[in-house]
Ligand binder design. Sequence first.
Ligand SMILES: Nc1ncnc2c1ncn2[C@@H]1O[C@H](COP(=O)(O)OP(=O)(O)OP(=O)(O)O)[C@@H](O)[C@H]1O
Ligand SMILES: [Mg+2]
Length: 247
Amino acid sequence: MKSNVAEDFIKEEKLRNIFNQVFDNQTIEAVHELANKGYIDYLEYIISTGKEAHVYKAVDKAGNPRAVKIYKIETSSFRNMRAYIEGDVRFKRVSSDRRDIVYQWTRKEYKNLEKFTEAAVRVPMPFAFYRNVLVMEFVGNEQAAPTLKEAPFKNIEVLYEKIVEELAKMVYKAKLVHADLSEYNILNHNNEPVIIDCGQAVLLSHPNAKEFFERDVKNMCNYFRKKGLQKTPEEMKNAIKALKSSV
Ligand SMILES: Nc1ncnc2c1ncn2[C@@H]1O[C@H](COP(=O)(O)OP(=O)(O)OP(=O)(O)O)[C@@H](O)[C@H]1O
Ligand SMILES: [Mg+2]
């Protein structure tokens, strides 16, 4: 059953082997469910094999490029996930089951991407999720866009202005704090920043929201300093506040 289902939508043998090693029946069924609904036609290649998730370049039934993020059930740090789900009024009941938590986490990333998209924050647009599988806009041209870590902006001052604006939209319009912002979770797509990895983002009402926001700002200031632009967290926060009524 497992390999038959997988063969339906994974064209390349090498990819199929990796998939079969890492993913269980439920995950394969989840991909199949999304394939039945047309969100995935086939998985083309692996973009990233991380500790928490694998991200694939995929194509949907209409031929559109898509990114498919599949959270691992076994190795996801679910204790950590709990801390970001607890305190979020959107998730009243936090399960103690590892699999359920990873499913809730996937739903949380989808909902966060939806909120960010509505607030015009530049994130990948989400299309669908099922269990631990999330389908979203593919950010890239032929290849997936590199991270800021891999491909810094040509003009660092311009990037600073853009990040300040994205942070203002996140806080004042989406009313969410990203909570893991760094040069690893921002893509450089044709010299425009696209913010990714939004599973841990929390509502402003979350008890740790302020602490997470301070950390995001500090991380970004550290990055800008490494790139030769000196900004203190106070300066960056003031710049964000100055945009409150215009975002
Ligand atoms: N929508 C997308 N379009 C193109 N590439 C993407 C997209 N989303 C993620 N990626 C690629 O996959 C990588 C990992 O994605 P992401 O940061 O969301 O996962 P992660 O939670 O950090 O995974 P892990 O912690 O397991 O490494 C990114 O650095 C990027 O290269
Ligand atoms: Mg990441």
